[in-house]
Design a protein around this ligand. Sequence first.
Ligand SMILES: [Ca+2]
Ligand SMILES: [Ca+2]
Length: 216
Amino acid sequence: MNIVMLAPKLIPYIEAIRAKHFPKAKPFEITGIRFDDNAMDDKFDDLLIFSNQATAIISYATTVPGKFWVQNPMGGNDGAAFIVPGPYEDSHVLGIHLKSKPDIAHEAWVQCGKIKYARDVDKDGMIDAWEPEKNEYGNGLNIHRANKYGITPNVNKWSAGCQVSQIAAAHEAAIEMHKGSMNVKTPISYLLTEAKDWFEFLGTEEVKKFILGLVE
Ligand SMILES: [Ca+2]
Ligand SMILES: [Ca+2]
């Protein structure tokens, strides 16, 4: 299936929002937008934007874990990990997601820097104010795809805290974009935003509608 959403007109907005957090732009960047903090619906209702200076690839995605891992935290942890919105400089590098599981393993962006996250200790699928944030390294909060082909309907087990693209073709196209834009051994910087962060740049509160409206 070939459903890759390209939005070159999004580039000035991405540059503006990223310039608030990063001193220098990189030739390839990943920006997430969390629209819905609630993990219990198992929906790919967030967006991941992969961009170089010329164009952006948009994929429907999740930036929160799926219900299964909320209720059954991975590795005996007290709650599923939710990345805290914010800028993460040199946070990911191109590599293999879940190298140890050949049936799932695939090329993706693996965590190589510090990423702040919170654990959903009461397992309600949301991060509450009392659930403390951590600042940790090497926790495998990767940026990868769901099913190898097509469009995966629900999050299910695909995210225990990773940022996951719903559209396989968009993930593949983004990897090609990365390889064509810069040395893939150099880490890239992930920025996780929320819809409200975009209001001042877009001039509308209908952030998702506006961004998808830029797709060519
Ligand atoms: Ca959701
Ligand atoms: Ca909670």
